[in-house]
Write a protein that binds this ligand. Structure first.
Ligand code: ADP
Ligand code: MG
Length: 228
């Protein structure tokens, strides 16, 4: 309808303005970061000033990562789709996250089904989704646990799926519907953007995400993707 079109245009304009502004904020932040670094190096014998400078640097880095992630959400890239296997991607992600997980007493496992049909994927984008979800899984298991990734095939639906399972804190039922809403986070240092970016990437691949979670037991994210 006319009204829906106008609303979409309005949101697009707000998105563009916000993205433009975020971009403009990054430049002064870069300058502030550079000079703070200089200040820190100029006063090595004043531990108090050094520690203040370090706090400024950390906070600038945080602001920068919020802006970078926000820009990704406001100006999503069209996926560059290529026919490829999810299985090899899962192996790659398992290798990337296992060293960090090991330090936190978390075991990383994966089970890939044989003869998984190929999908049309933007490898970098799906990699980012899986890394976001594995990062969340690791953060949900501060006392250690198991992270399992699994692939599977649903012939009737012409879909493949990938599960990211953890044995972590779980998501309280009243929070389930907020999962993936931009800026929703329960972490002191979270941005609340990782999942909204992931959902938008999966949407651009014509896929979908399901969440199944039990408080105190663990969480499963299942990503469905159409296969070739
Ligand atoms: P962030 O990690 O910065 O908080 P995300 O968008 O990645 O932002 O996640 C949003 C919120 O969803 C998290 O703060 C957390 O409350 C919840 N969440 C996501 N994944 C998990 C998980 N595997 N286990 C428990 N909670 C999760
Ligand atoms: Mg996250």
């Amino acid at each position: 309808t006319q009204k829906a079109v106008r609303e979409r245009e309005r949101l697009a304009i707000i998105g563009q303005m916000a993205a433009g502004m975020a971009h403009e904020v990054k430049n002064p932040l870069t300058a502030v970061r550079g000079f703070t670094q200089l200040l820190k190096e100029k006063c090595p014998d004043n531990p108090k000033l050094v520690s203040y400078a370090e706090i400024i640097l950390e906070e600038i880095d945080r602001a920068n990562s919020v802006i970078t992630e926000f820009l990704q959400l406001a100006r999503p890239k069209q996926p560059a789709l290529k026919r490829q296997s999810l299985n090899s991607l899962v192996e790659e992600i398992a290798a990337i996250v296992s060293s960090q997980a090991f330090l936190k007493n978390i075991k990383v496992e994966y089970e890939c089904v044989d003869n998984l049909p190929l999908c049309m994927l933007d490898r970098d984008q799906i990699k980012q989704v899986l890394l976001n979800m594995c990062q969340n899984a690791i953060e949900a298991m501060p006392g250690g646990g198991i992270l399992v990734m699994k692939t599977g095939f649903l012939p009737a639906q012409k879909e493949v799926f990938i599960d990211i399972n953890d044995t972590g804190c779980g998501i309280p039922r009243e929070q389930i519907e907020k999962i993936g809403v931009p800026f929703f986070t329960t972490k002191a240092d979270g941005t609340g953007l990782g999942l909204s970016i992931s959902y938008s990437i999966i949407g651009a691949h014509k896929g979908r995400v399901e969440v199944d979670s039990k408080e105190g037991k663990g969480t499963k994210f299942r990503i469905y993707l159409p296969c070739c």
